[in-house]
Design a binder for this molecule. Structure first.
Ligand SMILES: C[S@@+](CC[C@H](N)C(=O)[O-])C[C@H]1O[C@@H](n2cnc3c(N)ncnc32)[C@H](O)[C@@H]1O
Length: 246
């Protein structure tokens, strides 16, 4: 059985999870946070060139904001790519938003209107355990896997285990300790290319150490906004000249 998220909205329309007592994204600026933490610290959009297909995987689809920001950057990059780069976006979600909550949440982002409309058209009223949505005329393939990521990821195979970049999202480890396990990190590493990268908003010591033990070479970076630190792959800001996020 699929359990939908129990959402509340604050006075600014920012969604808040009653299940986890945590927010889905920064009250200050959700788009800037996503761009800084997940895109910039995975070398995106610079990596959206000279490749046929780019595969991103994410823990916690939530409102889909990370997807929308990434998809918009892909479309911009493809305007100057000789042939379009395709995006595969595999994401895990234990408590998916109902279609009506997703519709309300996405209405807060007029800048993504044309993408949100496509996403909502493809988003099933009744989700299956494993949902594939073809978007952007086939240039974006969204795979939304419902259930606890620690279970769903265990035997998962994704096209030759070739994830290029991970968005390690999910509510804060202090609010959601069950998600941030070595089992998860080991399976993420198993699904990732040798040169694949990872970024997460948290700098919790056990997360950073767990990622290192599983084989990800990660270090601390300055966090977004008031957060002191975050964690991402070593050298990522030098490897890719990234113009996303300050
Ligand atoms: C901070 S929100 C993610 C925000 C999201 N990336 C976005 O763009 O809106 C964290 C998400 O992780 C999901 N989540 C938490 N624990 C999980 C688990 N064990 N397995 C799968 N999803 C989980 C929550 O339901 C929530 O949707």
């Amino acid at each position: 059985m699929i359990n939908n998220a129990n959402l509340k909205f604050d006075e600014n329309g920012v969604p808040y999870s009653s299940d986890f007592d945590d927010i889905y994204f920064s009250k200050k600026d959700g788009i800037a946070e996503t761009t800084y933490v997940f895109l910039k610290h995975n070398g995106i959009p610079s990596r959206f060139k000279n490749t046929g297909c780019f595969h991103i995987a994410e823990t916690g689809f939530g409102t889909g904001l990370n997807l929308l920001v990434t998809w918009q950057q892909l479309n911009q990059a493809n305007q100057s790519n000789p042939s379009p780069v395709k995006l595969k976006f595999t994401t895990f979600e234990k408590y998916p938003l109902s279609k009506s909550d997703l519709t309300s949440t996405l209405s807060a982002w007029p800048e993504f209107k044309s993408l949100s409309v496509q996403l909502l058209n493809a988003y099933p009223e009744k989700l299956l355990d494993d949902n594939t949505m073809i978007l952007e005329n086939g240039n974006v393939e969204l795979r939304l896997i419902i259930g606890d990521v620690n279970e769903s990821i265990t035997n998962l195979v994704v096209s030759n285990n070739e994830v290029d970049a991970w968005y390690l999202d999910g509510f804060a480890p202090s609010k959601n300790p069950d998600m941030w396990t070595e089992h998860l990190f080991n399976n993420m590493r198993r699904l990732t290319k040798e040169q694949g990268t990872i970024a997460t908003f948290t700098a919790a010591g056990h997360v950073r150490r767990g990622l290192i033990t599983s084989g990800f070479d990660v270090v601390k970076y300055k966090g977004f906004g008031y957060k002191r630190d975050m964690v991402a792959s070593r050298g990522i800001l030098d490897r890719f000249e990234s113009d996303s996020g300050k």
